[in-house]
Write a protein that binds this ligand. Structure first.
Ligand SMILES: *Cc1c(COP(=O)(O)O)cnc(C)c1O
Length: 379
C-alpha cells in the first residue's frame, strides 16, 4: 500500500503560538508566572469553573503536588486503578505511600467503586480516579465512599479538560484535580499541566509547594515585601514559553474540541453494525456525562484478534495502538503496590482494546479510510 500513513495523534497548531513565544523571548523575561501564565490560568478557570488553578510542568507534577498537599507518607495507602498511566501511581509511591490497586468497570475503563470499597482499610488516605477517555467516572458512589471513610479524591483528569459529570466540570469534583498538556492531549504546550483546587487553604499551600517552598506568589501579588523559604516544595511551575503556547491553544479550545468531536461522532455513527456482527464493544458515554473526545476505542473479543486488527490496520497505513499495561502486574506495581483482589477486568481491557486515530486535523477522507480499514476486518 502506498497511501499516506494516518498517524494516531498530531498536536493541534494554534495561530498565536509563534507570536506569543516571540513576545516572551523579546521581553527578556521567560521564567514562570508572567502574563501568559496569568492569561492561560484565567482561561482554564473559565473552562473548568475551578475556584483555583495553577499551571504546572506536567500532570505528573500536579499529581506529585497532590501527594504533598495531602501529606501522604509511608503509613498511608492510596487506591489507584490498575488500568492507568504510570504517573497516576508513581506520584503517590514517591511519597512513600503504598499503592493499592483497584479494578475497573469494563463498560467505561474507569475505576470500579465496588473494587475501591473492597480495598479500603484504616490506612487508606486517598483514591485516585482517571476519567478515562474524558468520560466521567461514577462520582456519586466514589464521593459517598470518600465521605464515609474520610478519604481525599484525586482526579487525574489528563483526558478530561472540559468534560462534565452531571453538569459538573471534571477535575473540580474531588479534592484535587490534575490536568495534562503533554502534546498527546487535547490541548498542549509540549509538556505541561495544571492543578485545580477548590479549597483555599490547600491553594495557599499549593502556591508555596510549586515555587520551591517559597511565598514568591504572595510577593508577586505585593502582599509580602520579600519572599522566603516557608515549606517543603519543588520547582513545579512552567516557564512563560510553555504558558505562551498553552494560552494560544486555549484561545482555540472550542475549535479543537469541535474537530475532535467531529471525528469521534463519525466513528460512533459508522461502526455499530460492524461491531454488532463481530461482537466488538464500542466506546459508550452515559447520558449524564459530556465527554471530551480525547480518544475513541473498540474492544475486540480476544487478544489474538485484537492484535490481528492492529496489524490489518497497520498494513493499510493506519496507526491504531493499545495502551496501559496493567499497573498491578508491572515490575514497580509488584514492588511498591498491593493488590487485594486480582484486577481481572483491567487485564481483560488491556488485552482487548484498540484506539483509533483521533486528532482535530483528520480529514473526512482520512476518517473514511480508517472506517473502511476497520470494517473490512472480520473478527
Ligand atoms: C498523559 C497522562 C498523564 C501524565 O501526563 P504528563 O503531563 O505527561 O505528566 C497522567 N495520567 C494520565 C491518565 C495520562 O493520560
Amino acid at each position: 500500500m502506498s497511501t499516506d500513513r494516518i498517524i494516531f495523534s498530531r498536536p493541534f497548531r494554534a495561530a498565536r503560538e509563534l507570536p506569543n513565544v516571540e513576545a516572551v523571548l523579546s521581553s527578556d523575561h521567560s521564567h514562570g508566572d508572567g502574563p501568559f501564565t496569568a492569561s492561560a490560568t484565567a482561561k482554564l478557570r473559565e473552562i473548568t469553573d475551578a475556584p483555583h488553578a495553577l499551571l504546572t510542568t506536567s500532570c505528573t507534577s500536579a499529581l506529585e503536588m497532590a501527594g504533598l498537599l495531602l501529606e501522604l507518607g509511608p503509613d498511608d495507602e492510596v487506591i489507584v486503578p490498575s488500568f492507568a498511566f504510570t504517573s497516576t501511581a508513581t506520584a503517590m509511591a514517591l511519597r512513600g505511600a503504598t499503592v493499592v490497586f483497584a479494578d475497573i468497570d469494563l463498560e467505561s475503563g474507569n475505576i470500579d467503586p465496588e473494587s475501591v470499597a473492597a480495598a479500603i482499610t484504616e490506612r487508606t488516605k486517598a483514591v485516585v480516579i482517571i476519567h478515562y477517555g474524558g468520560v466521567g467516572a461514577d462520582m456519586q458512589r466514589l464521593r459517598e465512599l470518600a465521605d464515609t471513610h474520610g478519604l481525599a479524591l484525586i482526579e487525574d483528569n489528563a483526558h478530561g479538560l472540559g468534560g462534565r459529570w452531571r453538569g459538573r466540570p471534571l477535575g473540580t469534583i474531588g479534592t484535587v484535580g490534575a490536568l495534562s498538556f503533554h502534546d498527546t492531549k487535547n490541548v498542549h504546550c509540549g509538556e505541561g499541566g495544571a492543578i485545580l483546587l477548590t479549597d483555599e487553604i490547600l491553594m495557599a499551600r499549593a502556591e508555596i509547594i510549586r515555587e520551591k517552598g517559597t511565598d514568591r506568589a504572595r510577593f508577586l501579588r505585593g502582599s509580602v515585601d520579600k519572599y522566603s523559604w516557608q515549606d517543603i516544595g519543588s520547582s513545579y511551575l512552567p516557564s512563560e514559553l510553555n504558558a505562551a503556547v498553552l494560552d494560544a491553544q486555549l484561545s482555540e479550545f472550542g475549535t479543537i474540541q469541535a474537530n475532535r468531536h467531529r471525528v469521534w461522532d463519525s466513528y460512533a455513527a459508522a461502526l455499530p453494525d460492524w461491531a454488532a456482527r463481530n461482537e466488538v464493544r464500542l466506546m459508550t458515554v452515559p447520558g449524564d456525562r459530556e465527554h471530551t473526545a480525547h480518544l475513541y476505542y473498540l474492544r475486540v473479543p480476544s487478544e489474538q484478534r485484537r492484535d490481528d486488527l492492529i496489524s490489518h490496520l497497520s498494513q493499510l497505513g493506519i496507526v491504531a495502538p493499545f495502551h496501559y499495561i496493567p499497573l498491578d502486574s508491572s515490575p514497580a506495581g509488584l514492588k511498591l503496590g498491593r493488590t487485594p483482589t486480582p484486577c481481572v477486568r483491567s487485564a481483560e481491557f488491556s488485552k482487548t482494546i484498540v484506539r483509533l486515530p483521533l486528532w482535530p486535523g483528520l480529514t473526512e477522507a482520512q476518517i473514511a479510510r480508517v472506517l473502511e480499514g476497520v470494517t473490512s476486518f472480520t473478527v
